[in-house]
Design a protein around this ligand. Sequence first.
Ligand code: GRG
Length: 295
Amino acid sequence: MSPELTRLRERVERALADALPPETAWPETIHRAVRYSLLAGGKRVRPLLALAAGAAAGGSEDEVMPLACAVELIHTYSLVHDDLPAMDDDDLRRGRPTSHKVFGEAIAILAGDALLTRAFHLMADVPADWDAARVRRRLDATAALGEACGTTGLIGGQVDDLESEGRDVDAAGLERLHRAKTGALLGACVRGGAILGGAGPADLESLGAYASAIGLAFQVVDDVLDATEQAETLGKTAGKDAAADKATYVKIHGLERSRALAARLRREAHESLAPLGPRGALLAELADLIVDRRA
Ligand code: GRG
């Protein structure tokens, strides 16, 4: 990781630690639970995408940081809920026992709810002296985020995933599922960061194409890693997709074609950034990290 991305990642860690009440705040259990899952050390890909998109558009880090925190809170909520017995029923996440294993199912449900709620609280918390254009940009980024988490994005993709268990899913159906479940939130990081950075229509179009490519690449690589890596590397249960006979890129296309698809999507992501010139360097690096990652 370049020094600049490392610096941003450290900033994100500090901002996330401040984004939730302390463990000592009443009622302590819920604050321990939300902090346990949020501060467990994920890769922070989504906040970094938001900050890199904001920088590409010429915006300041401070302007984008509430979104950077909000997307990580929402992502963490989705993991906590996805791990519940009623969903994927998993014991291990980010290298630790899952939230419901530590705090019980009721608190894990509430922890997910709390993370989602706090994300939109952060986005709505705007100082009284902001001018209308600045407030408008925050509202636009918030709306993009709300759409991405909703019934045609993250939640829709999760419903499609649940309903596709035990059913034959073709390549187009799999792509639609993953563009909603994984791609929509990644897209909102890029789009929201760009909006907050003040991007114009041409930059938004380039960044939209970039987000579409990395959104799918992220999931293709996730499917490859689930089939090829061990739990110690992944920090979560490995081989779950095959055990549950889930529709994945590896199942439908095989390992080699899945890897080739990820490589093609990486090229598409890089090509989309060409009009931005050096302003797209951090986003290009993130595309490489997404495709080359081992966990
Ligand atoms: C419960 C509403 C609801 C949605 C769940 C995101 C999701 C939908 C489920 C999580 C399971 C999963 C495999 C999702 C695909 C997206 C994905 C690969 C998530 C893991 O993201 P990383 O690799 O994790 O960025 P870290 O821990 O690094 O943040």
